[in-house]
Design a protein around this ligand. Structure first.
Ligand SMILES: Nc1nc2c(ncn2[C@@H]2O[C@H](COP(=O)(O)OP(=O)(O)OP(=O)(O)O)[C@@H](O)[C@H]2O)c(=O)[nH]1
Ligand SMILES: [Mg+2]
Length: 371
C-alpha cells in the first residue's frame, strides 16, 4: 500500500517562492537557485505567482525568514494571491510548524518538493519503495499531534495499545512501515546483486550528472536504446543497464542513472544508494554536464559532491560537456589527469571521439587510468 503524503500533493497550487541571501552580493546566486526551485515547482504541478529573496546574514530560528516577511506573506495568503509558500532551503520541523500556524496555509520546502517529484516519476517497484522510504524518513521527525491523517489511514480497532497517545501510535506505524520497506528493498537488492555479479567481469560505464544534463539522450545514442528523455527535472529515477557489443571491441555495460541536484535531501541519497550502486561499481564514469547552462560550474561541483557522498569520487571519469549546439563557442577546460570532450547528444555531434575514448579506456589494463 502506498502512503498518501498530503503535503506532497502540489496540484493546482499557486506558490510564492522564498529564498535567503546572506549578503546583497550573494543575491544573484540565490536568484539562480530560486529559478531552479521554480522549475521544480512547475514540474510538481504548481504555478509560481511570485519569487522573493530576503537578505539576512542569519536564519531566523523560529520562522527561517524575518517576522516582517512572515506578516507580508500572511497578508498575501489571506488575500488569496497564493495558497502556498515554498522555501528554497530545508526547514526544520519547528520552522515548518510555526510557519504553517502563522500563515494558515501550506508550507513546503525544497526537500518536500524534490521528494514529491520523485514520487510522481517513480515507475518501477524499487524506485517506488525507495521514494516512500525517503518520504517516511523525512516525515518521522515532523510527526506531531497535527498528523491525524496517518491515524485515520492506519488506525482502527487493535491499533491503539493501552496508554499510548495517538502520536505514539502514528510514530510506531511509520517506524513499522519503514522497517517493512527496508526488508522489501533488501530482497530486491539481493536480486540486483546477482545480476550485477554476472556482469562483474565486463567493463562498466555509468552516466552521471546534474538532472536534465542529457544523460538519457546520450545513453540512448551509445546503446541504441529508447529510454525516456524530457526537458523536465528527474525524468530518470531507475538505473537502466544495457550490455553492448556491437560497435565495441568487447562487451561493455552502460548504465543510465538518476540525476543529481543541489540540496538533494539526504534521505533520498540514502534510500537510492542501491540504485546508485551501478555508479559505485562502475569502471568508468561519464560525467555529463550541460555546457549551455549558466550554472555549469556549480552543477559540476554538486555532482562531484554527491559522488563523494556515495564513495564514487575516485572512479576514473570522462567529463562530457553536452549541448555544445546550444553553446557553440564553448571550449572544455583542461582536466588534470582526465579527459574532457564537448559534444551534442541531441544533434549527434562529437559522439565518435567519445566512443573512441570509452573503447580506449575499456581496452587499457586495469589501473592504467586514474581519476
Ligand atoms: N540543445 C540540446 N538539448 C539536448 C541535448 N541533449 C539532450 N538535450 C535535451 O535536454 C533535455 C534533457 O535530456 P535528458 O536526456 O532527459 O536528460 P537527463 O540528464 O537524462 O535528465 P534526468 O533524467 O531528468 O536527470 C531534453 O529535452 C533533451 O532533448 C543536446 O545535445 N543539445
Ligand atoms: Mg534521464
Amino acid at each position: 500500500m502506498r502512503m498518501a503524503i498530503e503535503y506532497g500533493n502540489t496540484d493546482k497550487e499557486r506558490a510564492i517562492l522564498i529564498g535567503i541571501a546572506e549578503t546583497s552580493l550573494a543575491k544573484a546566486k540565490a536568484a539562480d537557485s530560486l529559478d531552479e526551485l521554480a522549475r521544480l515547482a512547475s514540474t510538481a504541478g504548481a504555478r509560481v505567482v511570485a519569487q522573493r529573496i530576503q537578505v539576512r546574514p542569519k536564519i531566523n530560528a523560529a520562522f527561517y525568514v524575518g517576522r516582517g516577511l512572515v506578516d507580508e506573506l500572511k497578508a498575501q495568503l489571506a488575500a488569496g494571491d497564493a495558497n502556498c509558500v515554498i522555501f528554497d532551503d530545508p526547514l526544520t520541523p519547528a520552522q515548518q510548524r510555526n510557519l504553517e500556524r502563522e500563515l494558515e496555509g501550506k508550507v513546503i520546502d525544497r526537500s518536500i518538493l524534490i521528494l514529491d517529484i520523485f514520487a510522481r516519476q517513480a515507475r518501477t517497484a524499487a524506485a517506488r519503495l525507495q521514494v516512500e522510504l525517503a518520504q517516511l524518513e523525512y516525515t518521522l521527525p515532523r510527526l506531531t499531534g497535527a498528523w491525524v491523517h496517518f491515524s485515520k489511514q492506519y488506525g482502527g480497532i487493535g491499533a491503539k495499545g493501552p496508554g499510548e497517545t495517538q502520536l505514539e501510535i502514528d510514530r510506531r506505524q511509520v517506524r513499522d512501515r519503514i522497517a517493512h520497506l527496508k526488508r522489501k528493498l533488501e530482497k530486491l537488492d539481493i536480486q540486483r546483486h546477482t545480476q550485477r555479479k554476472r556482469r562483474q567481469r565486463l567493463f562498466k560505464v555509468a552516466l552521471v550528472g546534474y538532472t536534465n544534463a542529457g544523460k538519457s539522450t546520450l545513453f540512448n545514442l551509445l546503446t541504441k536504446s529508447d529510454v525516456s528523455t524530457a526537458d523536465k527535472l528527474f525524468t530518470t529515477l531507475d538505473s537502466t543497464t544495457r550490455v553492448m557489443s556491437a560497435g565495441y571491441p568487447c562487451q561493455i555495460v552502460f548504465s543510465d542513472t538518476v540525476g543529481f541536484i543541489k540540496k538533494l535531501p539526504h534521505q533520498l541519497v540514502e534510500s537510492f544508494k542501491s540504485t546508485l550502486e551501478e555508479v559505485h561499481e562502475a569502471d568508468l564514469l561519464l560525467h555529463v554536464a550541460d555546457c549551455a547552462d549558466t550554472n555549469l560550474v556549480e552543477h559540476i561541483e554538486q555532482t562531484r559532491s554527491v559522488l563523494s557522498e556515495i564513495d564514487a569520487d575516485s572512479i576514473p571519469y570522462i567529463m562530457v560537456y553536452n549541448k555544445i549546439d546550444a553553446n557553440p563557442g564553448f571550449v572544455p577546460p583542461f582536466e588534470n589527469g582526465s579527459s574532457s570532450l564537448a559534444l551534442s547528444a541531441a544533434e549527434k555531434i562529437g559522439i565518435e571521439p567519445l566512443r573512441a575514448e570509452i573503447i580506449l579506456r575499456a581496452s587499457a589494463p586495469a589501473g592504467h587510468f586514474t581519476a
